[in-house]
Design a protein around this ligand. Sequence first.
Ligand code: PA5
Length: 418
Amino acid sequence: MIKTDLSGLSAFLPDIPDLKPARRELARLRKGTDADVQFSGWLRLPETWSPKLSSAVKDAAERVCSNSSFLVIIGAGGSFLGAKAALDLLSDRTANNVRPEVLFIGNTLSSTEIEHTIERLGEHDFSLNVISKSGSTLETLAAFHVFFKLLKAKYGSQAEKRVYITTGTEGGPLRKFADENGISAFDIPSDVGGRFSVLTAVGLFPMAVAGIDIDAVMTGAREELLSGEDAALTYAAARQSLYKAGKKIEILASFEPAFDSTALWWRQLFGESEGKAGRGIFPSTCSFTSDLHSMGQYIQDGERSVFETFVSFAERGSPLAIPSIPEMTGPGAKLAGRRFDEMNSLALKAVADAHIAGGVPLIRIEAPEISPHSFGSLVSFFELSCAVSAMLSGVSPFDQPGVEAYKNNLYRTLGIDR
Ligand code: PA5
């Protein structure tokens, strides 16, 4: 289970945040009948996960593994960040991992980036997974045209067998393309929004291709939703108390670089859910200890409108220790024999103490380990806390009028009907 520790707030908030309003919002969310919370289908995904759904995802993943060296994922925003988060945190990077390499594109209009992905594919065998709930996101469609053309040129009439489409059930251009070309599509349920969709095929299919145990992910997610709500509500309530106390920027930081992409998934989840109606905590991320040598200055000493949330893992890291170099003198020589995981934990404590003393409140979130189960728990924890936090601040967590405004403007500028 995920733990939330608020001891780093005691110098900043007079009282422990009251959980009653958060509990009321959670009850409203679970009921799901009010207009602002109707997109709450993600809450039910882990409990409705079944062997049949699991097999459908795994069978498709096995087909990709049997015939492809690369899987190209084409998607933007909520349609790729969750999968990238899981893969970067959990993928086996050892030399004997023979799974296809997963490349991400469809989130940019940079021709350089697209060309670079084409170069990476070279002459290798590949498959495509295009992901878009609406089926009309311009960056995604543009990239799909490029990579589908490549696929057609390479595989001719067999190309469609290498296309995996993940899209909304309400129609849309990708659903139509799938139906008309005999491509079976994975569904994104209508009551699950893009940024809350990682536990559908949006995230699970790429995870399965990468060899991640998707059933363990879903078990972690389910257990957290069943028994972890207090930790999530505590995080939500604490964030809102800090916001009211003038702390308008949250930095989510971890001391595990493999977590960086999960932090970017978190940034979208909270930024797009809360930043509306002229309010919302600005979510930003840091990777420690690396960013202590850059952003550490601002956090310690800059404007006092920042609070931090550290995500850590209870399990110890590998026993890797610093070897001795007999010829070395000075502080380096005294490091010999120290384990990296111990130094990383000590760094966390040193940073926490320094930042709190410098006027930066700290929330701590701890997951048991870096594993598929813990990843699922973290997804449920953050989705729940995000939805409740947005509701506490009086906005609907599930719309994104600002993103839609950008998408509509881009199409209008190009003179294309959406
Ligand atoms: O959370 C959201 O709704 C957005 O970030 C979408 O995921 C993103 O804009 C991509 O949309 P779509 O899946 O329709 O291509």
